[in-house]
Design a protein around this ligand. Structure first.
Ligand code: HBI
Length: 359
């Protein structure tokens, strides 16, 4: 087996199929792929990316593949059949991989789709699968289970909560995530305002944060893609006098500047968030997190030290936590990001994962 420290690996990253890298259509997995490429190339491994045409990812080499984008898994029903559009970019990406596979030690799949899992036994180099969301459909549960049974070390996930949404017995390695913390500035003295960051959509539970801000009478600033404007209109009708400002979608460098000047980040998910990248971005700026005890964020927040964990769906719990923010040291938040979620920490976890697969 190639020992990682002496022999750098030649890695082929196969991106999500729902949109070109840089379009935002791939959501959190775009940031995850970029951070993993940086963590691994920083320590000498070579990374080649395969992604839908029109992709951009810093200075990494990208094979741009034409074809029809995949429908998003989270909009399919639990018992949805597997869909392969004509001239599917997903199929074309894996046909490209078939031709170049001999040049790589390991393939890493970032698509939450049936085909890459099904193809695993047909390829010579091993395939590591980064599963980026919780259980969504029976077909995906089955093929992930079958792949894990054949290749026990091959399934990677972000959090235990995410892994627990899949049928019992599925073996997976919990990777957390990692960020280039030099992009995030620590802010010791915030303004009197709270933050909420994410897609404006029902599963994110924005209405609870608005209700809490109204009761606590603290301004709430909201950043994120306006995915469901009817939902946002409904919130404004239900809370006409709430002290809230919707400030649009910001790229990382501007977001971290605004987020850093907030007293806390409110995380109010009504679904099981696989991880919660924005929680780490907040910690990196010294911003405490107030989150429902649900999903990935519940494994990130150190209750009472880097934020407060609240009874799920309890607005009163959010209000009590807002009143207790002065007990949290902002420096402890930055320290946790550096200890657990740096690119170095992620790189170590990835090398351990790859070594387990290559054994
Ligand atoms: N849906 N079919 C499909 N394939 C993906 O790779 C995919 C998706 N929906 C969302 C998504 N990826 C990413 O935005 C999340 O993994 C973050």
């Amino acid at each position: 087996m190639r020992s990682l420290s002496r022999h750098p690996l030649r890695l082929l990253f196969l991106s999500t199929s729902v949109g070109p890298l840089g379009s935002g259509l791939g959501g959190g997995v775009e940031l995850t792929l970029h951070n993993m490429a940086k963590a691994l190339s920083d320590r000498g491994h070579t990374v080649q990316i395969v992604a839908p045409a029109g992709s951009v990812c810093a200075h990494y080499a990208i094979a741009q593949i034409e074809g029809a984008l995949q429908p998003t898994a989270q909009t399919e029903g639990r018992n949805a059949a597997i869909v392969m559009p004509a001239n599917a970019v997903l199929a074309n990406m894996w046909d490209y991989a078939r031709h170049v596979q001999a040049q790589y030690d390991l393939l890493v799949n970032f698509a939450y789709d049936w085909l890459p899992f099904y193809l695993t036994p047909f390829f010579d180099p091993p395939i590591a699968h980064l599963v980026s969301m919780g259980s969504l459909t029976d077909a995906m549960d089955r093929i992930i289970q079958q792949t894990s049974a054949l290749y026990p070390a091959s399934i990677g996930m972000h959090s235990q909560a995410q892994a627990s949404t899949f049928p019992a017995g599925l073996q997976s390695r919990i990777l957390g995530n990692g960020f280039d913390l030099s992009l995030y500035q620590f802010c010791p003295h915030p303004e009197r305002r709270l933050a909420w960051v994410g897609r404006i959509a029902p599963e994110k539970g924005l209405e609870d944060a608005v209700a809490a801000a109204q009761i606590a009478n603290v301004p709430l600033w909201i950043w994120g893609v306006m995915q469901d404007s009817a939902y946002w209109q409904q919130i404004q009708q239900n809370y006409p006098t709430a002290p809230v400002t919707y400030a649009g979608f910001l790229p990382t460098d501007q977001l971290q500047h605004e987020l850093g000047r907030c007293q806390a980040l409110l995380m109010t998910p009504h679904w099981v968030e696989a991880f919660g990248n924005v929680a780490i971005e907040a910690l990196a700026c010294g911003v405490p997190i107030i989150a429902y005890r649900r999903g990935g964020p519940a494994e990130i927040v150190q209750d009472g030290k880097t934020g407060w964990l609240v009874e799920p769906d309890s607005v009163d719990g959010l209000v009590t936590a807002i009143a207790s923010l002065d007990e949290i040291e902002r420096q402890a938040c930055r320290a946790q990001a550096e200890a657990e979620y740096s690119l170095m920490a992620l790189g170590d976890r990835l090398e351990q994962w790859f070594a387990a697969i290559l054994d």
